[in-house]
Design a protein. Structure first.
Length: 263
């Protein structure tokens, strides 16, 4: 079944949120449904907004608006706990876009882009700002495809050090947040097996788990020390060095399996 995410900023609206009520489709949503997907009067599909899915049949069309009648309504279950969040050293943009799409599909709650010593870009710039519309379009499209009830949040990029400091402060205040720091290890900084790291995190009974993944250049020695200083020991995924997108998908999938979030 086709699904589309309503965007109130485009004029989309649920006029009467009951069976028999109506949904108005405008702007980019209307263009995508009518011109791209060729949906017209009599066609049926789901529209998603605010954690609910409305199964509608298109009834009317004008140049600027289409109206659908609500046939069924269902609540979309929120993401289960613990919530999985990804903190990612900004890689090349095509890689970042691939990660965005897969993380939406895998149920990641939020992505925190990080400026690190070896990230693709290391400070806020017009280059990053110019990509925001495309990033949000990718998130929206993946949300529609997989039928999530809420959009994944793409946070404003920040430097690694203050982010780790805030995370440590939250933990000291009793916040139930865990962290998994992926690092291939070195002779002087050995990495824990993933099973051991998961056991340590689960013992804290977290409500959210941050997964830390480096960009193409990985994390520097100073950054590794910063992780260990806040209690995040390096975790290995085996002898092979994984690509950024592979590491993200593998780690999120492992966490979902470990906490039985794939029900």
């Amino acid at each position: 079944m086709r699904r589309y995410w309503l965007d109130p900023n485009e004029g989309d609206a649920v006029d009467h949120a009951d069976v028999g009520g109506t949904v108005r489709l405008c702007g980019d949503t209307l263009h995508h449904i009518r011109d791209v997907c060729r949906q017209g009067v009599g066609d049926r599909f789901e529209v998603l907004v605010d954690g609910r899915a409305y199964f509608v049949e298109l009834q009317q069309e004008t140049k600027r608006e289409s109206v659908g009648r609500i046939l069924e309504i269902r609540d979309i279950e929120p993401l289960p706990f613990p919530r999985v969040r990804l903190a990612l050293a900004i890689p090349r943009f095509p890689v970042f876009e691939a990660v965005l799409e897969k993380c939406v599909e895998l149920g990641v709650e939020a992505i925190q882009p990080l400026f690190t010593e070896q990230s693709f870009i290391r400070t806020q710039s017009d280059t990053w700002s110019s990509k925001q519309a495309r990033f949000q379009k990718i998130i929206k499209g993946a949300t529609q495809q997989c039928g999530r009830g809420e959009r994944m949040e793409l946070l404003e990029p920040t430097k690694l050090a203050p982010f780790l400091s805030d995370l440590s402060a939250d933990a000291n205040r009793g916040a139930q947040v865990g962290g998994l720091f992926a690092y291939e290890g070195s002779r002087d900084v050995p990495s824990l097996p993933i099973r051991q790291s998961l056991g340590l995190i689960k013992a804290k009974e977290p409500r959210a788990v941050w997964v830390f993944v480096g960009g193409e250049g990985g994390f520097s020695r100073n950054e590794v020390q910063a992780f260990t200083a806040v209690g995040l020991e390096p975790t290995t995924l085996g002898p092979q060095v994984l690509r950024v997108e592979t590491a993200c998908v593998a780690l999120v999938s492992i966490l979902k399996y470990e906490w039985d979030l794939m029900r």
